[in-house]
Write a new protein. Sequence first.
Length: 447
Amino acid sequence: MATYAKRTLRSAALWKQAAEWTPLGVHSNYRYIDPHPLFVRRGSGSRLWDVDENEYLDFNMGFGALQSGHAHPKVVEAVQAQVAKGTHYGYEWELSPTVAEKICRRYGQAQVRFSTTGLEATHHAVRIARAVTGRSLLLKFEGGYHGSHDTLLVGVKPRPEVAGPARQPNSVPASLGIPPEVTGKTLVAPFNDLEATRAIVRAHRNDLAAILTEPIPMNMGFILPEPGFMPGLRELCDEVGALLLFDEVKTGTKYYRGAAPRVGVKPDLIVLGKSISSGVPVSAIVTRAGLLDQVGPKKIAHAGTYNSNPLAMAACLATLDHVLTEDGIARSTRLSDRLAAGYREVLTDAHLPAYVAADGVSGMAYFTDHVVRDWRTFCTVDSERWMLYFYSALNRGLIPSGTGPDEQWTISVAHTEADVDRHLSVLREVAPTLRGETHAGTIDEAV
């Protein structure tokens, strides 16, 4: 941290200025790090430059929102062309039907509504599920994050002392200001435990509107579902008449057609966001035929001044057509596989206990001697050792992943084999430092 502070004096000054007007000096809690957050001046391809002109090889990629890389020429061209024609109309843009068709065809669904953020999309998805089923309860999985609105800010990163039994977790609010009557409408189940989930669902079968999950949870690291778990959720929803909602805000572009085909399940509704528009704010609710038929005046409310904004739609169209192509994502997947193999080799050679989880264009290394399969096993990983790695890498010009032991790397179409080699060379360089004795602990966001 001392080295980081010396390298980022201008960031420290800007943070001091920002903190006078903004809590923590940042506009998202996840951007704050000690001793001060990083302030960025520009990005290009796989690189970022901070305000002190330090260059970073970036594998965070905007927390997964930039599989395009920074400032992809096709996206820049599309947005610049649209800016000259207007940034907002208050009416539908002439090409928004084209974008809607491309989204539905790519993800194998029949209807779509656009919003701006993932938070907005999951918020509306919950409302739609309740309206369509006439039921009020939701079920999510412990450790999963689906946006910071009251209904789903439950069981996100609970402290062990308040989390309750592992197989029947408590519905713990992840923020002050959430009324108990709201928290009580969200059930929490352990991920990768189908038997426990069945018991919770069947106990509330007549009032359960939906099960909501990421097909691959990416807010407690990178957790692949065990064989049979996702198909079991599909069968369970069909059994009790609930909807299956997939939050694919992160995973939706990490595979060409999203993660649903990867886990062998077709959900009733998919929420998309982040990289579908190369970092320009767009989200989408994509559903099977008929599910959105009740959306309209005096029925299911869905509105937003910036929904299908022409700048966002132009960026989304350019991304789908020219950036996140099938070939481009396949190439990124090969690079991610190579990075994961390199992590396993380096950490094994260094005699560091670690578990590497990776698939598609993302992955991560947990400093632990066991498989991480849910929130409870994530709580036992050595988070301090991971933070030592993060700062050690940052001081060598590498952002290895998202900030925190609960994040993962993202390989963009801008990354190269040389970038992967540089990433691994930094890991190899700092590995001896990581052998120092630390201890396990959960991240500060736990409530």
